[in-house]
Unconditional design. Structure first.
Length: 303
């Protein structure tokens, strides 16, 4: 039988990926959910360790008797750099303390490669790479998993798209729509985390789901799921960018400009990793099997 580990889940079980990890791994491992805000939905059997990765005073209690660490914490906004810097400092300190007390495995939810211009200029990306380079210098096995867009009962991508589509009965076509994305279900990412904890994953894993859609195909499928005829608002890349910039400037953040550029760069159609003995969830089946009332209700943004 596989070893039952006491796992510090940094970022906790209440977010999009944390929820998948709770559903997939709570029966196999003892999860210690380390995050800032208590979640009434945190189920019995999950230990809540209140803490903040930017506050090292919360680390010693959280790390007590831990066998492995899984880190989910990051923020979706592109900046400010000061927040990402503090987060990197905190996570580096957490990793140092973990290594000092003999913890040998760290699973890092990472990000797929982005266009070089974004990798250089957006704190969301370059601070993340800085963190991961530092983790690799610690005397631990560090496994990085790089998921494409993640879908879940309350994700902030597909569910947001459906919600907008159902409200406006039309949807933007950014550029030609021929760039790719391979959405992966949160529980399938969680399964990969389980494989990493068991030492069965290579140090770096690109994680796409079973279907590699062009953006145009993805949106057409969503129109079909919503029971609507496809109606597009066609926008050239330049106009798309200016529109998203303007929306961001007035505080509307369903899509950031760096996310639009990343999507249109055609780097998000990641391959499916090997998954012997498990079938990965297909997005269309997932959406069609969900009660309509549950569609289009994304999770609130991380505070
Ligand atoms: N969702 C995707 O499509 C996707 C795709 C690729 C990679 N990823 C990566 O996967 C990871 C998880 O993403 P997600 O979408 O699940 O995020 P999420 O839903 O925002 O969850 C992140 C969790 O981290 C906790 N957190 C935030 N700041 C913290 C801090 N300073 N200290 C302790 N806990 C903190 C939050 O809980 P509290 O507010 O209670 O602290 C939150 O529930 C991120 O690293 C993200 O970049 C996500």
């Amino acid at each position: 039988m596989a070893e039952r580990l006491r796992v510090l889940l940094v970022g906790g079980t209440s977010g999009v990926l944390g929820g998948g990890i709770r559903a997939e791994l709570a029966s196999r491992h003892q999860l210690v959910s380390f995050h800032r805000h208590p979640d009434p939905g945190e189920s019995p059997g999950i230990e809540f360790a209140p803490g903040d990765v930017t506050d090292p005073s919360t680390f010693p209690t959280a790390l007590r008797d831990i066998d492995a660490v899984v880190n989910l914490v990051w923020y979706r906004a592109p900046g400010p750099d000061s927040l990402f810097r503090r987060t990197v400092e905190g996570l580096r300190e957490l990793a140092r303390q973990a290594a000092r007390q003999g913890i040998r495995r760290w699973v890092q939810i990472s990000l797929p490669p982005a266009p070089p211009r974004l990798e250089r200029s957006v704190p969301y990306l370059f601070r993340r790479r800085e963190l991961e380079a530092a983790l690799l210098t610690e005397p631990m096995d560090v496994v990085r998993i790089q998921p494409s867009a993640v879908f879940a009962p309350r994700d902030r991508l597909v569910q947001v798209m459906l919600q907008l589509m159902e409200r406006h009965h039309r949807f933007p076509l950014w550029g030609d729509g021929e760039y790719h994305v391979s959405p992966i279900h949160t529980r399938d990412v969680a399964w990969l985390v389980g494989e990493a904890l068991a030492g069965r994953l290579p140090p770096l894993t690109l994680a796409g789901g079973p279907d590699r859609y062009t953006y145009r195909q993805l949106v057409e499928m969503l129109f079909a799921v919503a029971g609507l005829p496809p109606r597009w608002v066609r926008l050239s890349p330049g106009l798309a960018r200016r529109l998203v910039q303007a929306l961001n400037a007035v505080g509307y953040h369903a899509l950031y400009t760096y996310e639009l550029d990343w999507l249109m760069s055609d780097l998000l159609g990641l391959p499916e990793p090997p998954h012997p003995g498990r079938s990965f969830v297909r997005l269309e089946e997932f959406l069609r099997s969900r009660p309509r009332a549950e569609l289009g209700t994304p999770a609130p943004p991380s505070r």
